[in-house]
Design a protein around this ligand. Sequence first.
Ligand code: COA
Ligand code: ZN
Length: 309
Amino acid sequence: MSAVDIIIQEVAPRDGLQIEPTWVSTDDKVRLIDAFSTMGFTRIEVSSFVSPKAVPALRDAADVFSRIRRMPGIIYTALVPNLRGAENALAADADELNMVMSASETHNMANVRMTGADSFRSFAEIAKAAKTAGVLLNGTVATTFGCPFEGRQSPERVIDLVRRYLDLGVDGITLADTTGMANPKQVASLVERVLALIPASGLSLHFHNTRGLGLANVIAAYDVGARRFDSALGGLGGCPFAPGASGNICTEDVVNMAHDLGLKTGLDLASLIALSRTLPALLGHDVPGQVMKAGRTLDLHPKPVLVRA
Ligand code: COA
Ligand code: ZN
């Protein structure tokens, strides 16, 4: 039995920072990731090995990987769109390659300039390279619950892509709601179907809170058996190639909710909140997280004078 009830992968260093207009220095990225490494995470998405023209904010991925202090028991993962990215991630000693393509052909073209067929041709080569190197392999289906250009994607399409990833021998699958279009009923129905294909230990849900349904979707997925979720400190995040994209579900908000529900996360909530409160100064703007503003549910306040007397 696992010591935690749900596994939360921190994705702020990758999904969070990829959309930030202000350059975050390599030193600051390393500081952030090293702090996460002390807070109980077992999975951290460190960066992505993509074209520096496409995502300038993460152009220092190799430097970041070389400078972070790796802690035993933590999987430091890297997003890769193509073989070139996978080779660079392997050279940087990533523990896991996270391949990404979209259920929607239009978003795949906008995001990685490939058809779905092109993406899978390149994934076959990546899978070979990962097996040879002995690193873990994850397959992400972006726009699973809807695409900002095409609308809803059929569950059959998503399930077909999951099967194709499984045929390549991936260790895990991530269903991503790239622009926060998912609703709890849709989530429950699809997650149930996908859990017939893979165990809960191999399925992650990646929700964005674009329309305020992020945590409701977590509960809907949890209730039908999902146990792994991506989230970003402060609720940072968003895809630069999807109009209207905004923040991931917020790590400290998810953790606060989980702890209130009696679910163990293994994470240090007070330290997460303290770290989240440093983000506005780092990024030059307010962040969407709510618990970093309101405090934990049971952080009580001194009684008013009137009541004390
Ligand atoms: N890492 C770094 N550079 C890469 C790269 C990689 N993985 N793959 C390609 N490149 C470089 C090429 O060398 C070329 O450089 P040049 O212009 O200096 O010659 C340039 O990127 C374009 O290469 P090309 O193969 O023609 O790719 P493209 O323009 O069709 O773009 C991707 C394809 C996948 C590289 C690009 O769309 C991309 O990086 N997308 C990432 C999107 C992303 O991260 N989205 C958010 C996460 S879901
Ligand atoms: Zn995302």
